[in-house]
Design a binder for this molecule. Structure first.
Ligand code: SAM
Length: 391
């Protein structure tokens, strides 16, 4: 009988129970484990009891290891079929850490009084782009909290300026939820791509991660709007976020099949000391790697980053992510003086280096892992959609 990995490779899909086996079997820690958690108790009525981890799920058996290796090897083979050894680089500009939202997991949430807030002005953003262009970047990712200071007009103006100065570059935006009109204005100004993780496709789980006023419905509407406008869209989720179960992860994969995004960003949840979730344990490396590989097999042409969060939970996390099927890295182009202030989670790496050092460090890591950084614009390679959604 063909094993699960072979069938996932061939069919680009598996039934839920088999996907679940691939996600969770033989993997060490329970997902979303909960520790004592004083601040969140006020929301206790919204929070169901955590499923208990099966004791056997702590054991990593020889059979499990073999299956895992096969999963990573197949995922790597598929990425090579479509992208060879190319790794696309994106220059990340974290342009504001002001945020009006209060996501329970995020270090720059509005209620975190201990964050020193900053925003870059238009000239500072352009200067990051200039430096980035000299270093070979051909995509700039403007990421920030939901900061009302940056009006729709101001963002459109900044995008237009970047595109006028660097017509050979793509501009990616990642600034959360805005109106359809705003997304359209940014697109008309020249923005090419938009990253908006759905965070979780389960509405109950979404409400456990976010306060009232934020909704999965709105998040999804934004993603559909972005798609309709014509952006290359990226979505994704954290692995091991509080209260996450493998059933929720399956729902995430099913939502991604529906959305068919061009980019899929996943990384471990990592706790931050000044959030209501500070006592939750962070997501684990192996589950992340398995999910990257599963996603590569389900979405052969997707752009999948080996994230900074993956590099934060393990010194070799990004290299392992590449070997499990990821094909994008995002070196930091933000001015060093603000890097530490964009602290989404504790011990975030790459906060002390100059852009050139950061790029060089990642280039070395990518080469050591057996891949090659390419400096072209790095659009997604378009192909057929998943058979489930061709009808
Ligand atoms: N405000 C924009 C948005 O909501 O999409 C972009 C910035 S937001 C900080 C970028 C991403 O950081 C989120 O989509 C979330 O998945 C991730 N993130 C936030 N807190 C995190 C944490 N504690 N651990 C891991 N990832 C986190």
């Amino acid at each position: 009988m063909e094993n699960l990995v072979d069938r996932l490779h061939k069919n680009r899909d598996l039934p839920d129970d088999e996907l679940k086996t691939l996600i969770e079997e033989f993997v060490a820690p329970p997902l979303g484990a909960r520790a004592a958690h004083p601040q969140i108790l006020e929301n206790a009525d919204r929070i169901p009891a955590l499923p208990q981890a099966k004791p056997e799920s702590f054991a990593i058996t020889a059979e499990g290891n073999k299956q895992e290796q096969e999963l990573f090897e197949k995922a790597d083979r598929v990425r090579r079929e479509h992208y060879g050894t190319d790794v696309y680089i994106r220059g990340l500009i974290e342009f504001t850490n002001y945020c009006r939202n209060n996501c329970y997991y995020c270090g720059i949430r509005a209620d975190n009084q201990s964050v020193e807030r900053y925003r870059l002005d238009g000239d500072e953003i352009l200067s990051c782009c200039k430096h980035g262009h000299e270093l070979g970047f051909r995509t700039f990712v403007l990421q920030g909290g939901e900061d009302n200071f940056f009006s729709d007009d101001l963002i459109a103006e900044i995008v237009a300026e970047i595109k006028a100065l660097y017509p050979d570059c793509a501009v990616t935006l990642s600034m959360g939820e805005r109106s359809g009109d705003a997304y359209k204005a940014f697109f008309d100004a020249g923005a090419d791509r938009y990253l908006l993780r759905h965070e979780t496709a389960n509405a109950t789980h979404y409400n456990q991660l976010h306060p009232g006023g934020m909704s999965l419905e709105n998040r999804k509407n934004c993603l559909w709007n972005l798609k309709k406008i014509g952006y290359q869209v990226g979505s994704g989720f954290m692995v091991g976020s509080p209260y996450q179960t493998s059933d929720f992860l399956i729902e995430d994969l099913r939502f991604l099949q529906e959305l068919q995004p061009d980019m899929i960003g996943i990384g471990p949840y990592i706790s931050h000391r000044n959030t209501p979730f500070h006592d939750f344990q962070s997501g684990d490396l192996r589950t992340c790697l398995r999910l990257i590989a599963i996603i590569r097999l389900m979405f052969p042409r997707a752009l999948i980053p080996a994230t900074t969060a993956l590099g934060t939970i393990d010194g070799q996390g990004r290299e392992l992510g590449l070997k499990a099927g990821a094909n994008v890295v995002m070196p930091n182009l933000s001015p060093v003086k603000v890097r530490k202030q964009y602290e989404l989670y504790d011990n975030k790496i790459c906060t002390g280096e100059e852009a050139a050092e950061c790029r060089m460090c990642l280039e070395n890591r990518v080469t050591t892992a057996g891949y090659k950084i390419v400096t072209h614009i790095g659009h997604v390679k378009k192909g057929e959609t998943h058979p489930r959604h061709n009808t």
